[in-house]
Design a protein around this ligand. Structure first.
Ligand code: SF4
Length: 452
């Protein structure tokens, strides 16, 4: 669709959007507005970073200014109370001229809004105009704190530009949400450490920007991207259908060994999920959920996150919570606060007396479990998953650590009577029901929280 102006407005009435729109606490907090709507005024992006799915979306297109305000007026006529807009395109503002004009036009509406833009577009004049027009936060793809990686990513920006952008934002008083992406083919410990150092430095600038933060991600070889094509050519993705079925596992595209890659994965994950909670305590409930309580390291407020469903949240799963008082991001992964020694001992006690299956493990919890409970390396322990059979091409393929994953039939062929389930309560109940029907000889199905 080359001309976005001829598209009809989204069917907000048909979907009863304003009634059903999910209250997003983060959006409310970012904008200090109660009702924050989403709006997309562009498609794709003029840049072509090697890791970005934008490649699938054709050339960059932007709605005309007149059409944008026609849509805002229409939305206000349907729901006069909304006070904020999240412009959710990949790159909402790609031209300085367009952005300046947009800011002038939106100012009288008195709306609070946030959107993404490219680091190399930033200037003091632009950020001042955006702030004046009601912008509260800008999302910037910083990606790396090392110019070698930015070049390899075809990012068309430099570390200096990123630093300048944040300093200007701090001067003007605009919050920033930055994104860092690790695992480019040129990533080394040198570039990784440079990025981490840069990230820590950026926190000093963020002192003046209370709602700013930096998010960490790992590169995923999304189909259609340059990285995906390279990975196929290099034989890192041998079977594209399996790759899709396995939900795009992380692939080691770097020159790191797989062990080093796994270490990087852990380092990225730890910081991505936020700060650890002070004096944290994890307590399991009878319904296999976990409560985590403690103290916010930033403001000293008492924290309480209840009924968490994943003891081992995977990399992409929600594992961060915010302090209700100062909004500091905290890692609330229960496994960080559980009695690991007790868990290890209890698993060992089971494994010493029984042949055991662990059903169903996903990448993140698999490695954590093996770390925590060495007894799981024993030959009488079998890892089981219904769909993932250890054929993964991803760097986190467990076969590379000497353990494989089998289909549940192994429970019959190895005459297994004890099964440990580390997953959410819902998955636990499903697995329990399957075992009762298909493997009646199993005597004990234990949820991980029962061993904590
Ligand atoms: S990462 Fe950002 S700048 Fe790069 S292609 Fe994607 S949307 Fe454009």
């Amino acid at each position: 669709m080359p001309n976005l102006d001829i598209l009809p407005f989204p069917d907000l009435i048909g979907f009863d959007y304003f009634k059903n729109m999910e209250i997003d606490k983060n959006r409310q907090w970012l904008t200090n507005a109660v009702d924050v709507v989403s709006m997309n005024i562009s498609r794709s992006c003029p840049f072509s970073c090697t890791f970005c799915t934008r490649a699938e979306r054709g050339p960059f297109r932007q709605m005309s200014i007149d059409k944008i305000f026609e849509q805002i007026d229409w939305m206000l006529s349907l729901h006069p109370n909304f006070e904020g807009i999240h412009f959710n395109g990949e790159l909402t503002f790609a031209s300085r001229q367009f952005t300046l004009e947009f800011c002038q036009r939106i100012k009288p509406y008195n709306l609070k809004w946030y959107a993404s833009m490219h680091v190399n577009q930033v200037s003091e004049k632009l950020f001042m105009a955006m702030k004046d027009g009601g912008c509260v936060l800008v999302m910037l793809g910083i990606e790396s704190g090392d110019d070698r990686i930015l070049k390899s990513m075809n990012k068309h920006s430099t570390v200096k530009q990123a630093g300048n952008a944040i300093k200007i934002a701090a001067d003007v008083g605009l919050d920033i949400r930055g994104i860092l992406v690790f695992g480019d083919p040129e990533e080394t410990w040198d570039t990784f450490n440079n990025t981490v150092k840069w990230e820590h430095k950026s926190r000093e600038w963020f002192e003046l920007l209370p709602k700013s933060n930096m998010l960490r991600y790992l590169v995923v070889a999304y189909p259609g991207t340059q990285l995906y094509k390279d990975a196929c050519e290099k034989g890192l993705i041998k079977n594209p259908v399996n790759f899709l079925k396995e939900e795009l596992p992380y692939i080691n595209l770097t020159k790191f060994t797989d062990q080093e890659y796994n270490k990087m994965y852990d380092l990225v994950k730890i910081e991505r999920s936020g700060e650890k909670i002070k004096n944290a305590y994890a307590e399991c409930e009878n319904d296999y959920t976990v409560n985590v309580t403690g103290i916010c390291a930033k403001c000293g407020n008492a924290l309480s996150f209840t009924q968490l469903k994943e003891v081992f949240p995977s990399f992409m799963a929600y594992s961060a919570g915010r302090c209700h008082s100062c909004n500091e991001r905290h890692n609330i992964s229960p496994i960080m606060y559980c009695d690991i020694e007790k868990l290890s001992k209890n698993i060992k006690a089971l494994v010493d007396k029984n042949t055991v299956a662990v059903w169903s493990v996903t990448d993140g919890n698999f490695f954590k479990l093996l770390d925590i409970a060495p007894a799981l390396h024993n030959d009488n322990v079998w890892f089981v998953n219904k769909v993932w059979k250890g054929t993964s091409e991803g760097a986190l393929n467990p076969a590379r650590l000497g353990k494989n994953i089998f289909t549940p039939d192994i429970i019959n062929s190895e005459n297994i009577h004890t099964v440990i389930v580390p997953n959410s309560p819902e998955e636990f109940n499903d697995i329990k029901a399957t075992i009762a029907t298909d493997f009646p000889q199993v005597k004990r199905v234990v949820h991980i929280t029962e061993l904590l």
